[in-house]
Write a protein that binds this ligand. Structure first.
Ligand SMILES: [Fe+2]
Ligand SMILES: [Fe+2]
Length: 314
């Protein structure tokens, strides 16, 4: 089955975020990234501006405008302004990155700053589109218009040559591969680990040592407590109602001070018993790395009696 327009555009966002993570990791190192890696980044950034953004500007946004979403002001206006702002940053970033790729490693500090600005603008922009604009657009556009957006996406890609998306996704994979983000034990690939975490009968959320939301599992599945990707990067204090803030602060303070190893709650909601626990996550050296939240529907576990030793029907 062919993909929907929003799936195609979100996949672009996801691949681009992986590229950003790889480059950020290399830029953070004292010696900076290898020039060849930055050369690949220059190639890839062309895709974001000249392909991804064009798909939206030429084929998605005009259809939303035709459906009554104003071009100025409102979400559409914000998206267009951010595309423009990204172009302004790129006008500075691309020459810096091109010079670095050619061997001028003296501009590393400027490159770090310009790339940081670009990546943070794009990441913020992507979540606004994923979580706000695209869901609105899905409600506004009918089947015919949705199919036209898909055709438009394909046309923009074709205008840049055959197999454009595949070509740029290969560049992205090359960047991610070259960045050699640290492997997990036994060569477990990150995609597999992510799938394992999404298979657990427990929903996970993780906040880092600076109290910022960094991860949650089961993004595409049904969750006990809804989470959107927009939460990533925000302070955990902004994700909780004011009345429970003092509790969150108390737990985090206890974890950071090493006074507590778990904080446990259970609530009844929608006929289910939900078990919520918070765990301090510490590195091998005991350093506090952040806090893990586990949320589990334990209704059926609490109802277990006797034993089940034989395989039940599938
Ligand atoms: Fe956009
Ligand atoms: Fe986008």
């Amino acid at each position: 089955m062919s993909q929907r327009w929003d799936e195609l555009l979100k996949r672009d966002h996801e691949v681009t975020e992986q590229v950003f993570a790889a480059i950020e990791a290399k830029l953070a190192a004292a010696e900076g990234p290898a020039p060849a890696l930055v050369g690949l980044l220059v190639d890839y950034m062309h895709y974001v501006d000249h392909c991804h953004n064009q798909k939206e500007e030429l084929h998605l946004f005009p259809r939303l405008e035709a459906k009554g979403m104003p071009r100025h002001g409102g979400p559409l206006g914000v998206m267009l302004q951010e595309h423009e702002r990204a172009r302004e940053i790129l006008a500075r970033l691309v020459p810096l990155a091109t010079a670095y790729a050619a061997g001028n490693r003296g501009n590393l500090a400027e490159l770090r700053s310009a790339f940081g600005e670009y990546a943070s603008l794009c990441k913020d922009h992507f979540w606004k589109e994923n979580d706000i604009l695209y869901p609105m657009a899905l409600r506004m556009l009918g089947d015919t218009e949705a199919a036209e957006v898909v055709a438009g996406i394909e046309a923009v890609e074709a205008s840049l040559g055959a197999g454009t998306r595949e070509r740029y996704y290969r560049i992205a994979a090359e960047i991610v591969g070259q960045a050699e983000l640290r492997d997990l034990s036994y060569g477990l690939e990150r995609d597999v680990l992510a799938a394992i975490l999404n298979t657990l009968p427990v929903e996970l959320s993780f906040i880092d040592h600076e109290d910022r939301v960094r991860y949650f599992s089961h993004e595409h599945g049904e969750k006990i407590f809804g989470r959107t990707r927009g939460a990533i990067g925000t302070a955990v204090q902004n994700c909780h109602p004011p009345k429970s803030l003092h509790l969150v602060s108390q737990i985090l303070a206890d974890f950071k001070a090493g006074r507590r190893d778990v904080a446990e709650f259970w609530i009844e909601t929608g006929g289910r018993m939900v078990h919520i626990r918070y765990w301090p996550v510490r590195g091998d050296d005991g350093r506090y790395l952040g806090t893990l939240e586990t949320v589990q529907d334990v209704t059926s576990i609490r109802a277990l009696t006797g034993e089940q030793r034989l395989l039940s029907a599938a």
